[in-house]
Design a binder for this molecule. Structure first.
Ligand code: AMP
Length: 302
């Protein structure tokens, strides 16, 4: 089936109604475009488990701060269509800003507390923008399943909380982070990285690998794991915006001594690349669960 490109909300809603009347299960992958193999892995998961997969490509101005890279955000419509089609999506929803936010748009979705830590601390208003657009998209697409990447772990937590609090029935599926050889998480923003900047960026997964290795060898001291990771970043004078271990069940609860429950170890690092400041994030899950331990073992092998 060739990819259907839809740009209007109404048309998208009509398509969804038709599919629902035929009892089709809908999987939804919201993105900001500039698709890469990381996005492709979400699309693939969705097409394996749903009748219809809908990808949205929308560079959402509400989730960018005044000094962030909204105008420079990479765009590649033709390639996005190819990636959607190649991985089994039937529809690409690609609305304009005016279509999503008509001039009288006054609503903002705000989730407290868990948006005030980690990325939320450095990107005021970011998660309000994310939550607003995701709720709007969920209302338009009404998917059975929503596919989100682990790379944006806090985003997954925020959207899960929003769906739970507002009694949305969409099931949320978190898909593991896809990485380049060497470990750098795929990101649309990687195109900004010069060769030299890449040598710095690669220290982010290396810091996480150091943490993973310590954790797998039995280390549970938060300070020891965080310090070891910080040391790796310092090799190229990198000082992260944050580098923190927090429980996954409620990322607000900052633990300071021992890892006694499943945690996320998350890093945000700005990499200077020529004139551009590239903000990269990444994380791993530190857990006693054998599934997550296998993920860590695979990660440190690469
Ligand atoms: P973005 O276009 O960056 O907003 O990302 C759209 C979705 O793709 C989000 O759920 C991201 O977490 C996910 N994603 C981005 N990069 C990756 C990656 N390297 N591996 C898996 N998922 C990713």
């Amino acid at each position: 089936m060739t990819l259907i490109v839809i740009t209007r909300r109404k048309e998208m809603q009509q398509f969804v109604q038709e599919q629902k009347s035929k009892n089709k299960k809908i999987g939804f992958i919201p993105t900001m475009g500039a698709l890469h193999q990381g996005h492709a892995s979400l699309i693939k998961k969705s097409s394996e488990n749903n009748d219809i997969s809908i990808v949205s490509c929308f560079v959402n101005p509400k989730q960018f701060g005044a000094k962030e890279d909204l105008s420079k955000y990479p765009r590649q419509f033709e390639k996005d269509c190819e990636i959607c089609e190649a991985h089994g999506a039937q529809v690409l929803f690609s609305p304009t800003v005016e279509e999503m936010y008509p001039s009288q748009f006054l609503t903002q979705v705000s989730i407290q507390k868990i948006t005030e830590v980690l990325c939320g601390k450095f990107r005021p208003g970011h998660f309000e923008g994310v939550a607003t657009v995701v709720l709007l998209l969920l209302n338009i697409v009404q998917p059975n399943r929503l596919y989100l990447g682990q790379k944006d772990f806090q985003q997954v937590q925020v959207i899960k909380r929003m769906c739970y609090d507002l009694a949305l029935s969409t099931q949320i599926e978190m898909v593991q982070t896809l990485r380049e050889k060497g470990g750098l998480a795929l990101s649309s923003r990687n195109v900004y990285l010069t060769e030299d900047a890449k040598l710095s960026a690669i220290l982010i997964p290396q810091a996480l690998k150091e943490a993973a290795t310590l954790f797998l060898s039995g280390e549970r001291s938060v300070i020891k794991i965080e310090d070891a990771a910080r040391k790796i970043l310092k090799l190229r004078n990198l000082f992260p915006q944050y580098l923190e271990i927090r429980p996954t069940r409620d990322i607000l609860l900052q633990i300071t001594t021992q890892i006694e429950e499943e945690c996320v170890f998350a890093i945000a690092q700005i990499i200077e690349s020529q004139e551009i400041q590239v903000r990269l994030i990444d994380n791993i899950i530190l857990s006693e669960d054998s599934k997550w331990q296998e993920v860590l073992k695979e990660f440190i092998k690469d």
